[in-house]
Design a protein around this ligand. Sequence first.
Ligand code: ATP
Length: 321
Amino acid sequence: MIEAGDVRKTFTVRERTGRLRRTRRRVSAVDGVSFTVAPGEFVGYLGPNGAGKSTTIKMLTGILTPTSGTIRVCGLDPSRQRTALARRLGVVFGHRTTLWWDLPLRDSLALVRRLYRVEAGAHRERLDELTALLDLGPFLATPVRQLSLGQRMRGDLAAALLHAPDLLVLDEPTIGLDVVSKATVRAFLERLNTERGTTILLTTHDLGDIERLCRRVMIVDHGRLAFDGSLDALRATAGSGRILVVELARPEPPVAVDGAAVERVEGPRQWLRLPGDANAASVVAALAARHEVRDIALREPDIEEIVARLYQGEIPYTAAH
Ligand SMILES: Nc1ncnc2c1ncn2[C@@H]1O[C@H](COP(=O)(O)OP(=O)(O)OP(=O)(O)O)[C@@H](O)[C@H]1O
């Protein structure tokens, strides 16, 4: 569905370096990224701010042309065959709407039908289905500018899917949504993928989206693909380990136990990181033999923490392969 081969995008930015002087600087936004996405996959595309995610998405959707490398999306070259690709592709940017601000949602969706030249019968059927799935009924007659963010996002999803695309590309579709709206959007996307077989590429900073939806995760950092694998592989990152929180009878210097490293000390509490293969029971036994332990708790690493540590360079991406 998507094939990207050694894709690069370089921007030239002009900078003021003195009162009258300007210099040009080259920014390598995407620096040799290669991957393929098969039909029916649901892939999360992650990365810290400025890593190159939006630039990649803009190249996949034909908005930007790569400086070098090859891209095929639905068998087409996005920058050369943008119109043909638009018929096969749906795109939703969480930050902005593609709907007409002053028109009621229903009229906006009718214009989308004309844009994509969807046959009237097929449109009605599809609109009914999307209205039911996304619960659009109560606000179809409301002008887009009066919709709440969650309602507007559901309207945008409907607009992107009215022409039944094979591939849906989402850029932060749950940004700013409350927990209930997020759950609605996530449940809808899951159904779209499993029941309709729509391939989905999802860019987000919300790791809840990723955990709930994606079987595969790609992480881009400094313009390069730093990780490409399953969510389980990411969770099992060698350096991630579990955290043992120990409450001692009194404040003590960091304890010394084989197979654990003290990460934090707060009064009588100490946080020990256990490597992936460590035996928690023997660490606890060793601790109890030498210290008066009041309480212990074992925490599994959460995905948010693992990703933060990867971004900060505390664990190498290679550990996640
Ligand atoms: N039009 C542009 N001109 C110059 N530099 C750009 C342009 N677009 C992006 N960049 C630079 O390219 C790099 C990657 O930007 P990009 O927007 O792709 O990152 P991102 O991963 O989407 O970030 P975020 O999570 O903050 O949205 C950044 O250093 C950014 O400043």
